[in-house]
Ligand binder design. Structure first.
Ligand code: NDP
Length: 485
């Protein structure tokens, strides 16, 4: 690949690009063609050590700056990202295969939103004054220290920024490891932060597989780990962090329910189901992949859905007319095709799609199964691809119980014109990020994260600040300090 935004080395440490070709080579494969467009090298132990040492060395002075000074740098980085949105979006498309039509509006821009939002909040981080008669207690909101971020491959720029922005706003430093599948975009975030004035060492990016992530998580210099990934990886990383009593944020997978009641506006519900299953070719953690439709409107819903799925334009993701891209990798494509075969074998009714598409790259047609039963594998396991399972239901209590019958709890959506039912049902659903008459909106102002196996902690919103800081309380006595003897 020759692209103006292409990173110039594998790692970004202490304010500059660093190369170390002794690490295992990781080919960067463009999902739309299968071509290798770049090669990065996994971090060697020496690179892991350099990154952590620079993060450790830089953090204390950063935390001593005023929040307003820190925030100014983050907001400058946000402006720079917006100015370069076009080239960053093209790079995101090369990294992930997602169509440019999407990346232009959803990736660098949402990273910029996070930097702007947390940059704005950085100056407002304060403690409390708690009167105790003549005495008082005051609290100080302190940085945690060195944070590790580990990313999934579906939103490489967004994940890098969603972790960097609140961490840096609170006065922490970070070492970020992107997924080996999408190593490029986080390097650009690091480069831009430094260009915006971030002192060297505060945001480092190193490459590698799970092994490098594991080395970061267990290092004694690390105070917090924030992972975006699958539930099995989350359980491993959470356990490793707990052994050293480190703070964690776990943003993990889901199998979220979207419930369409009989009074719903069918076109809006179909739109929600499309957003919640086919955006980013279904590679979104919060997707509403179990679509429960009231049996009285099921066939109408399916007919309209099948009609609208015809609007998917598959093809070159760099062409802005394309609105549906390939799977991120051959491996992910094979996983998803395996689930589609399971769905067919289990007797679900295939409404559309169901196959690989005859195009270069790793394309799977948007796939809808109807008459899905709760115990089918396609209704229980996270597929992370464009596979929608439509299930029928008869009444509210029944659908709530079935929607909650899962280990996951990331998201949930309800479509109904009856707003009291909308609120009642949402309040009964076990999920962290919910929607009424919409699906998958994730503005930086709203807390994002899951319950049950889908995660711990929240990203975005003021909530995220609590997960990147800790509170010190100080009792101040004005009188004598009395003692028993
Ligand atoms: P994985 O869980 O496979 O990997 C996530 C990251 O963790 C990768 O960078 C991976 O490295 C790294 N990793 C793997 N093993 C370890 C380990 N033992 N110690 C430390 N780090 C490790 O997820 P995917 O990349 O496949 O992403 C898809 C998953 O992410 C889906 O389940 C999805 O639901 C979830 N996700 C959740 C989101 C949320 O906010 N809730 C958002 C987006 C995705 P490498 O892969 O390079 O080996």
């Amino acid at each position: 690949m020759t692209h103006p935004a292409q990173p110039t080395a594998s790692h970004f440490i202490n304010g500059q690009y660093v190369e170390d070709t002794n690490g295992t080579p990781i080919p960067v494969i463009y999902a739309a063609t299968g071509e290798t467009i770049a090669t990065v090298y996994a971090a060697t132990p020496a690179i892991v050590d350099q990154a952590l040492a620079s993060a450790k060395a830089a953090q204390k002075a950063w935390a001593k700056m005023t929040g307003t000074e820190r925030g100014r740098i983050l907001r400058r980085a946000a402006d720079m990202i917006r100015d370069r949105n076009q080239e960053l979006s093209v790079l995101e498309t090369y990294d992930t295969g997602k169509p440019l039509q999407e990346t232009l509006v959803a990736d660098a821009t949402s990273g910029a939103d996070a930097l702007e939002y947390f940059g704005g909040l950085a100056g407002s981080l304060t403690g409390e004054h708690i009167p105790m008669g003549d005495d008082w207690v005051y609290t100080i909101r302190e940085a945690l220290g060195v944070c590790v971020g580990i990313g999934a491959w579906n939103y490489p720029t967004q994940i890098a920024c969603w972790k960097a922005a609140p961490a840096l706003a609170c006065g922490n430093s970070m070492v970020f490891k992107p997924s080996e599948t999408t190593p490029l975009c986080a390097l650009k975030v690091a480069e831009i932060l430094v260009e915006a004035g971030l002192p060297a060492g505060l945001y480092n990016v190193i490459q590698g597989m799970g092994e490098v992530g594991g080395a970061l998580v267990t290092d004694p210099r690390v105070d917090k780990v924030s992972l975006t990934g699958s539930v099995p990886t989350g359980k491993k990383v959470y356990a490793a962090a707990a052994a050293e009593m480190k703070h964690v944020t776990m943003e993990l997978g889901g199998k979220s329910p979207m419930i369409v009641f009989e009074d719903a506006d069918i076109d809006n519900a179909v739109g929600g189901a499309i957003n919640g299953n086919f955006y980013s070719s279904g590679q979104v953690c919060s997707n509403g992949t179990r679509v429960f439709v009231h049996s009285s409107i099921k066939e109408k819903f399916l007919a309209r859905l099948a009609e609208r799925v015809q609007g998917a334009v598959l093809g070159d993701p760099q062409d802005e007319a394309t609105n549906f891209g390939p799977m991120v990798s051959e491996n992910q494509m094979n996983i998803v095709l395996g689930y589609i075969e399971k769905g067919k074998a289990e007797g679900a009714r295939l409404i559309c799609g169901g196959d690989r598409v005859d195009l270069p790259g790793y394309f799977i047609a948007p796939t809808v199964f109807a008459d899905v039963k709760d115990d089918m594998v396609i209704a229980r396991e996270e597929i992370f691809g464009p596979v929608m399972a439509v299930l029928d239901f008869e009444d509210e209590d029944e659908v709530i119980a079935r929607a909650n019958d899962t280990e996951f709890g990331l998201s949930a959506g309800v479509f109904t014109k009856d707003l009291s039912r909308g609120h009642r049902v949402i309040s009964a659903l076990e999920a962290g990020s919910c929607f009424i008459n919409s699906y998958n909106d994730a503005p930086v102002e709203a807390p994002f994260g899951g319950v049950k196996a889908s995660g711990v902690g929240r990203e975005n919103s003021k909530e995220a600040l609590n997960h990147y800081s800790q509170v010190k309380s100080v009792y101040v006595r004005m009188g004598d300090c009395e003692a028993a003897f």
